[in-house]
Design a protein around this ligand. Sequence first.
Ligand code: FA5
Length: 336
Amino acid sequence: QFHEELSAVNSKGELEKIRVSFLGKKGLVTQELKNLRNLTPEEKKTAGMQVNKLKSDIEEAIVEYQKTLEEKEYLQEIENAERYDFTIPSNRERGTLHPITIVQKQIEDIFKTMGFIIEDGLEIQTEYNNFEAVNIPKNHPARDMQDTYYLDNGQILKTHTSAAQNTIMRKYGAPKKGEPLKVLFPGRCFRNENIDASHENTFFQLEGMMIGDDISISNLIYFMKVLLSEVFERDVKVRLRPGFFPFVEPGFELDINCAICEGSGCPTCKNSGWLELLPCGMIHPNVLSMGGIDPERYTGFAFGLGLTRLAMMKYNIKDIRLFNSGNLKQLKQFTR
Ligand code: FA5
């Protein structure tokens, strides 16, 4: 009877019921054991042995069956898990990089392959680093070009990445012969601007510097060309015109032709067809001196790319305000 009932058991619960019905206080086997007292000593001996054997056989069979059930459960679990089809595409939203980050990383990769070190500049700066150390003395008219956010403690939000030039020159010191110092330092800049389609109060620049023996304007032009053709993956029209920055001499403005222009009324370039993108020049001897580098012995170039504007041109974004808008629907469409 026990084996017949056992073979129909499918769960631990059912197994427990059978155990109780045979071995429990009122169970059949327990009952048989109790019945032994009604027998003669002779009968008790043989019957006692039989009932005890029956009891231990049943106990053993239950333990065995328990193991079988556990194994079955385990296999069932695996089977259930395998019902998930891991090849079905996930419907979870994946994050994307901000378009400015994408372009920044792309330029960093290009310059890393050309031996440039990537540095990070502070966003909160001293007036000295932002201005004096790059040859913009107090009361110099050039300070008016950059409406500055002053903090209560007398420090400022950096108005350009050039604020890191002095710290970087001091960190690496004079270059060794044949090993020019090549550094790239992207960063967020802040200016108290009137905001429009091409001006933000918070925007990114990406600055580069190369200092060594005999660095000339041709080195500068070479690196600028590589930079632009790699980013745009095509030949881009540029124009170079003289530009004034107190920290370079000579200085240039490199403009890129406006990719957004749709005939008249272009808000991005104000119909000029050109967008100011990449000011650059040969580092002023005063700036080298202040950085602890001998201007009689070394020369160098620096450029200060408008990274946010470059991203506008690359992705055909008409209004700079999109970048800080937090409009994910628009921002996440850029992947490379
Ligand atoms: C400078 O900030 C210089 N420090 C660049 C430089 C570095 C020159 C090294 C020479 C050598 P400028 O103020 O022109 O220069 O700004 C550089 C670029 O930042 C501009 O060409 C423009 O692309 C971008 N830019 C400036 N102001 C804004 C703004 N309000 N919003 C968006 N981009 C801006």
